[in-house]
Design a protein around this ligand. Structure first.
Ligand SMILES: Nc1nc2c(ncn2[C@@H]2O[C@H](COP(=O)(O)OP(=O)(O)OP(=O)(O)O)[C@@H](O)[C@H]2O)c(=O)[nH]1
Length: 310
């Protein structure tokens, strides 16, 4: 599947919502842009969870361009797309690969956000680009987490370093990074147990994990990715903000985008979190991950609204 198809898959539910609502607005050919129309647009955009500031910026743009004029569906969608792309712009941010030696990626997030699955997807992606991968099973609290990651590693042809049930996650992370350096492996991905940003001791533990990764591989971790569950919508954003800060995150993986009609949350995330969205999860399989490209996101979001009338 191409990138655009992946975005469409991830945004199916959100796109369907927009399609129905915007088509309902344009039952007649054109619509006069008055306060009532602007209010309707506002309500539609809010439903996708774009957040107050983004919605107001979009409505202001429509008002400024079309107030007191008759607007057609394609003009409205065109203007929304241009403004959304502007709102979501971010530096191109693929993974920062190390100049030499292994690139170490640490993955963190709250329980059940989609960390393990995202690690499997990243492994598949890196391997499909010809890179060798080793995993560090740093979630030593849950035997099931280690098991799950081991299954993925076997299936995807990656090495894995695990610890004894009581071993410290920092020592597993250290050994994984060390092994990567010793064996000349391109990418080392370190899993961590789910935690809340309010659990001080567990957040301190993330710092220890980071420090121990940096011993065998100076400069590592090169990326610390926060996995966010898109289905929690805007509720998750403020939590993510403090998490990202405490854990020194460099980017986001937004998992389960396919599971929500509130995919507009990506816009809110771009507005409210100072971090680039690096990848989106669009399903449960290992190939269901796409690098995040704002313009593709916007095009996919509105693709069905403008497709041939059903
Ligand atoms: N539909 C869909 N499901 C996903 C996606 N990513 C993860 N999941 C599902 O979400 C559930 C939790 O995912 P995990 O990867 O186990 O989450 P985790 O963060 O490792 O969980 P803990 O280790 O318990 O903290 C699983 O059932 C996954 O299949 C996605 O992009 N789309």
């Amino acid at each position: 599947m191409g990138l655009f198809d992946n975005f469409k898959k991830g945004l199916k539910k959100t796109g369907d919502l927009l399609k129905t609502d915007i088509r309902d607005l344009f039952k007649s050919e054109g619509r006069l842009v008055d306060e009532e129309f602007l209010e309707d647009i506002r309500a539609i955009l809010f439903k996708t969870d774009m957040g107050y500031d983004s919605v107001e910026a979009l409505v202001a743009e429509i008002a400024q361009q079309f107030r007191a004029r008759v607007v057609h569906r394609e003009d409205l969608v065109g203007a929304l797309k241009v403004k959304l792309k502007e709102l979501m712009a971010q530096p191109e941010s693929p993974i920062e690969f190390a100049d030499s030696g292994p690139t170490v990626v640490m993955v963190c997030g709250v329980n059940g956000a989609g960390k393990t699955t995202s690690i499997a997807k990243l492994t598949h992606l890196f391997k499909s680009h010809g890179k060798s991968v080793i995993l560090g099973a740093g979630d030593t609290f849950r035997a099931a987490a280690v098991e799950q990651l081991t299954i993925w590693a076997d299936r995807l042809g990656a090495q894995i370093v695990t610890g004894e049930p009581q071993s410290h996650p920092a020592s597993v992370a250290y050994r994984a990074a060390e092994q990567a350096a010793k064996d000349g492996i391109d990418v080392c991905i370190v899993d961590t147990a789910g935690r809340l940003q309010t659990q001080r001791n567990l957040m301190d533990e993330l710092t220890k994990i980071r420090q121990s990764i940096g011993k065998p591989v100076p400069g590592a971790p090169h990326e610390t990715l926060l996995v966010l569950d898109a289905t929690t919508g805007q509720n998750g954003i403020s939590q993510a903000n403090s998490f990202a800060e405490a854990a020194g995150c460099t980017g986001l993986v937004l998992a389960k985008l396919d599971g929500t009609a509130k995919g507009g949350v990506v816009v809110a995330i771009r507005q409210q979190l100072g971090l680039p969205v690096k990848y989106i999860g669009v399903g449960e399989k290992h190939e269901d991950l796409a690098p995040f490209v704002p313009d593709e996101f916007v095009e996919a979001l509105f693709a069905d609204v403008m497709s041939a009338d059903a």
